[in-house]
Design a protein around this ligand. Structure first.
Ligand SMILES: NC(=O)c1ccc[n+]([C@@H]2O[C@H](COP(=O)([O-])OP(=O)(O)OC[C@H]3O[C@@H](n4cnc5c(N)ncnc54)[C@H](OP(=O)(O)O)[C@@H]3O)[C@@H](O)[C@H]2O)c1
Length: 336
């Protein structure tokens, strides 16, 4: 485990329940975690006799895991050196880093460097999660399979953020006044959702579409008319409950891929919808939307055998076999 924050903790707890997989070490730089037993950090009420360390290199050399589950940051520039160090130790990587889901749009040179490094060390690197990683890209790509022609692709995700983890609620500005929200977005203290550009690029790449450009619309706060909240955050009437973000892939002057992401506390109708206008039209709606945290944990864990089995290099979800659940003993999915 590399990063035992909110998501890393949930992934570790799930891995502990799974057959055919063993956690052999944990890395985190947070002062309140380093040196503690992983069982205590996860709040299990029992020891796992695994000490959380901030020396990733030493741990990787000693433990020699088959794969590192990496969950520290959304941005490639922050995670590159962490992931490169894992790769240099000959270890596969499954990361929740959003920009890694399609890193060629983020920083092509860095992505190519990571790809070469992974090939040199004969390991595979994948960025995945529920979104980016599945709902607004891999699932959309799969739904294009029965189409002969496609004029437009639209994907919408609407979720009630009341049931999400605290870092996510903070990332979408829940609880802020409209003025605080504007300021924090401007000075990048809150990022909103990261990954729409990556999802659009992955879809376009799968369809061999050369986009003119990708346009990210300004992040809009969603204000609540009545007080709403969750165990973590209370939002007063008139304050920000979350946000709405849209991004568009433009080809030959037309909006050909449109992604609409809405996450706010109190959203009444939660859904994931994909509408493909083409021959034939394809419309799909998942109701209520897939739970973001549960979905991310599953996507990451289910990707482990596919990453171990994959060719060496930096891969994206569209390069792997169709995603599927690894619900049985994990060893059943690994080809030797
Ligand atoms: N693709 C998806 O669908 C998806 C879904 C969920 C989450 N994510 C992303 O996954 C990442 C993790 O999410 P989270 O909610 O778990 O965040 P979090 O609670 O902030 O956890 C991150 C943990 O990593 C630690 N860390 C930071 N830099 C480190 C480093 N260099 N080496 C080792 N540990 C380090 C942090 O310590 P400090 O607290 O001291 O910094 C923290 O304990 C986020 O970027 C999130 O956006 C993606």
């Amino acid at each position: 485990m590399y990063g035992v924050g909110a998501v890393g903790t949930l992934i570790a707890k799930f891995l502990l329940e799974k057959e055919g997989v063993e956690i052999v070490g944990a890395v985190d730089t947070a002062k309140d975690k380093v040196g503690k037993d992983l069982g205590d950090v996860l709040g299990l009420g029992r020891k796992l006799t695994i000490k959380v360390t901030d020396d990733a290199d030493l741990l990787l050399r000693q433990a020699k895991p088959d794969v590192a589950i990496h969950a520290t940051s959304s941005f490639l520039k922050d995670t590159y050196s962490q992931i490169a160090a894992i790769v240099e130790n000959g270890v596969n990587v499954v990361s929740t880093c959003e920009e890694l889901s399609y890193p060629y749009i983020t920083d092509r040179k860095l992505a190519e460097k990571l790809d070469l490094l992974a090939k040199r060390h004969d390991v595979t690197v994948l960025g995945t999660g529920i979104n980016p990683g599945f709902l607004m890209d891999t699932l959309v790509i799969t739904l294009t399979a029965p189409c002969q022609k496609i004029e437009k692709i639209e994907a919408t995700r609407v979720m009630n953020a009341a049931t999400r983890r605290l870092p996510f609620q903070k990332k979408i500005g829940a609880g802020l006044t409209p003025r605080e929200f504007k300021k924090k977005i401007e000075n990048k203290q809150i990022t909103g959702h990261v990954g729409l550009e990556q999802s659009i690029s992955m879809i376009a790449d799968a369809l061999a579409w050369k986009l003119d450009r990708i346009v990210g619309e300004p992040v809009e706060p969603v204000m609540t008319k009545k007080a709403v909240g969750s165990d973590n955050i209370k939002v007063k009437a008139g304050n920000v409950a979350g946000l709405r973000q849209k991004a568009k892939g433009i080809m030959k002057g037309k909006e050909i891929i449109v992604l609409d992401f809405q996450a706010y506390i109190g959203a009444e109708e939660e859904y994931d919808a994909v509408a493909i206008t083409g021959i034939p039209n394809v419309k799909q709606k998942i109701h209520p939307c897939v739970h973001g945290d549960l979905g991310t944990i599953s996507m990451v864990v289910n990707a482990i055998p596919k990453v171990i089995n994959a060719q060496a290099g930096l891969v994206t979800m569209k390069d792997l076999p169709p995603p599927s659940a690894a619900i049985e003993d994990m060893r059943k999915y690994v080809s030797l």
